[in-house]
Write a protein that binds this ligand. Structure first.
Ligand code: PAF
Length: 283
């Protein structure tokens, strides 16, 4: 695996692969890799012949009171994991390479509507930061296919919409969420949990599954299902931001005929803010 930090070096590698007619798959990350990220690389391997991963903790997608400064950074460990997973090129730029005029002055990409609901309501500007950096990374890497985790379901939805709206020639793949044995979705932010909080954290997935089971059984009382989710999380000691049943394609509240649904939640536990979701097909 080669490791590069400049846009020019990424382009040089990718152009050489293109001249050989090789299909390029890309996994954007913020580093601090865990088994969930490795599964993204494995998904990428099914769709390409050369693999690029970026490691960039994107300042634009963090709010002023969020964890940008403390976000775990483990570049050496990340490089080892990527190389072992079969990655060919690791791109880990400095912020000045991506935002030469500073993140505040950079040109921005915004997917309206979708970016303002759910996570967007609680993290204003977050998805603008994500769609902007993903656009830049796509222009830099020029991949045929890019892989994103389904754990960040709304992020994947925003990116799919952006790629369609802006006619970006990139195939977007959603890779399944990787969970610990007790159901907790893997996330770099799980490190913020104390031992006692870590023991409670799987309640998030369990609560989502209860909601999904009600929907799968034909229960159409969406408001009641959402209320029960919030109450269960609160009773377990979480501070939920939202617990929502949505149309899996649009993230709108589901119309009666819509069968493909997703239940999404974000909840705070101690210093951590955890998000998760489950998809469900109703009868
Ligand atoms: O999912 C993430 O890690 C980030 O939001 C992404 C897609 C790498 C953009 O910074």
């Amino acid at each position: 695996m080669d490791t590069v930090t400049t846009i020019a070096a990424v382009r040089e590698h990718v152009r050489a692969w293109r001249r050989q007619g090789l299909r390029v798959a890309f996994v954007p990350t913020m580093g601090n890799l865990h088994a969930g990220h490795v599964s993204l690389i494995e998904a990428a391997r099914q769709h390409g012949e050369r693999f690029v991963a970026s490691i960039f903790v994107n300042p634009m997608q963090f709010g002023p009171n969020e964890d940008f400064a403390h976000y775990p950074r483990t570049p050496l460990q990340d490089a080892g994991m990527l190389a072992a997973a079969g990655c060919n090129l690791m791109f880990s730029p400095e912020a000045s390479e991506i935002y030469p005029h500073g993140a505040e002055r950079a040109t921005r990409v915004e997917v309206p509507g979708l970016s303002r609901i759910l996570e967007g309501e609680f993290r204003p500007g977050h998805f603008e930061g994500v769609s902007t950096v993903v656009t830049q990374l796509f222009h830099i890497v020029d991949p045929d296919v890019a892989v994103f985790g389904l754990k960040d379901f709304q992020q994947l939805t925003v990116i799919r919409r952006m790629v369609a709206d802006l006619c970006m020639p990139v195939e977007i793949i959603g890779a399944p969420t990787v969970r610990d044995a007790d159901g907790l979705a893997m996330s770099s932010r799980n490190q913020y949990l104390t031992t006692a909080e870590r023991a409670l954290a799987p309640t998030i997935h369990a609560t989502l599954l209860i909601a999904a089971q009600r929907l799968a059984a034909g229960d159409a009382e969406i408001a009641s299902i959402e209320r029960a989710g919030v109450q269960a999380l609160e009773a377990a000691g979480f501070r939920p931001d939202y617990f929502a049943v949505r149309d899996a394609a649009t993230l709108s509240p589901p119309l009666p005929g819509v069968r493909e649904l997703v239940v999404l939640t974000a909840a705070r536990l101690g210093k951590a803010r955890l998000i998760d979701n489950v998809q469900v097909t109703r009868p």
